[in-house]
Design a protein around this ligand. Sequence first.
Ligand code: F6P
Length: 378
Amino acid sequence: MTQFVGILTAGGDSPGLNAAIRGVGKAAIGAYGMQIIGFRDGFRGLMQDRTIRLTGAELSGILTVGGTILGTSRDKPHKMPVGDQTMDMTSVMLETYHKHHLDALVCLGGGGTQKNAYHLSQNGMNVITLPKTIDNDVSGTDMTFGFDTALGIATEAIDRLHSTAHSHHRIIVVELMGHNAGWLALGAGIAGGADVILLPEIPYDINVVAEALRQRQRRGSGFSIVAVSEGAMSQEDAEALAKVAADRAAAKEEKDEKKRERAKAKLEKLNLTMQDKTLRLSRRLEELTGLESRVTILGHLQRGGTPSAADRLLATRLGAACADLIHQGTFGVMVAARGDGAEPVPLADVVGKVKLVPPGHPWIKTARDIGVCLGDRL
Ligand code: F6P
């Protein structure tokens, strides 16, 4: 009997999504004769029943295309913006799922999508997911697709910044994406030869960073590249944030609504001041070193365009493995990359976790071994 498979992409787009859609589709249609229905714009398309039939024709020519042919959104099934409110639309999505006689729903996304997909699987859908994000922070998988492409783009940017920093004897502070994880900044920082790499996992001491730059200057290198992750923060900001989080937790425990509101207001204020933390970092480094400093924020450039060969390969093999698992009836899992292969990991073990760079990770040791300053006092 023909099996019907729905597929959607959710969260921030990332290179390799189309390669994954193609991988799932080609294997599902070619090997198992399944029919594929794409939902547009993430969970919103599932709610609104906006579909596109994916046959061989639609899957052709998309391997090298960036973004997602299905469109995406950050909407959550149980908190869907409807007018000026947010509503739980899970039951509406379940209706769409049954209307199309779906045997499975494939959700391609990062940490948030894994959580939302798990929610749907607990509400009666046969869900299976694939891990994508340039942040590489999804728990349970060796790697996410999108990361390698972003790593290449960010590394090339750092390469290019070197010659201009060198010519002007400047500091260039380059901000990289990664949300609360430092994989992208650490990987591109090492590959691009940054002199300082600042990660969310290691709050920095501005004096340590300035001293490293002054030391370079004393040794005859009047320019420096500082690769900073968007989630990186100073030790003072990290302490202030930890304090507010502790206050919020205590207020919740004590069921003290006023205290909770106060902590929430403090957090909002802190988040506001942290919005320009990379600019502040650059200004402070100028003050402390006497060198001129410039900021480059790479932003969404890191997510756009053609996926790398490694990402195409990863997305295709996870996509094909996904079709096998649907055929076997394995659901409620994420198809994780494991070595050269793929394996199903229960979504229950994936959600609510973020894969940060562990303090003892070999890349951290490598960076320190080659003299990169990570902003902490050793
Ligand atoms: O999760 C991918 C990511 O690019 C993060 O690195 C970044 O913090 C975030 O998405 C940006 O989100 P948006 O595209 O909604 O601005």
